[in-house]
Ligand binder design. Sequence first.
Ligand code: PAF
Length: 258
Amino acid sequence: MPGCVFVPTMGALHEGHAALIRKGAELARHRGRACIVSIFVNPTQFNERSDFERYPKTLEADVALCREAGAEAVFAPSVEVMYPDERSAPVPVLPRVAVEPGLEDRFRPGHFAGVCQVVLRLFRLVRPAAAVFGEKDWQQLRVVAAMTREQGLPIEIIGHETIRDPDGLAMSSRNRFLSAVEREAALAIPRALHAARRARTATEAETAMAGVLSGVDVEYAVVRDAQTLANVGNGPARALIAARVGRTRLIDNAAWSP
Ligand code: PAF
């Protein structure tokens, strides 16, 4: 639907997605356009087959949530529609922010190739004027913004703040896999981001996060330039964490300033 406001998702929708859709619907209303949500569990962005297979599929409840949040339509394509032939080929050159920071790109090799491939295909099919993505996947947001710019697509990429449960854990479709004990352990992640805020330098912030995260399996807990995700410079910065709690991998981030 050309000119619409688009919210791409993989389904298993929760209150965090509802906030993105409400934002999309509000923007669409102001522009006299429709808000469209896509639901597609994209096989090309999963590193582990088991992660893809256990990804929750809840289409009926998802469609109801989209309707309540103000979406006009849901686009839930099959793999055949998404990946028919060369029209869905991977993006030949990925943006630097997808391959250089050593964050998600290091721990989920190939993930951003899959994300760029599916988002580009969705953009070509849906032809939105704007698209809304959650800030919880901060590197993804930066990758999609860079890819859209580099492909010369006239699509505004809009970030939406992370929605948290009352205990501070960032909402994620994967939280449903956490046992009560694991959920308690996972709270170290928002606590670490909070601890980072009190630090005076990026190095101190990283040390503070490592201390708070000592009970979970940390992949990274770093402070980086918010745009490029290279080492911090003079511009805005972001504290970013990825950790495994039991079998569940969680990510989170927050703005950071000295
Ligand atoms: O963030 C997600 O849910 C997915 O990575 C996206 C952007 C819908 C692409 O499959």
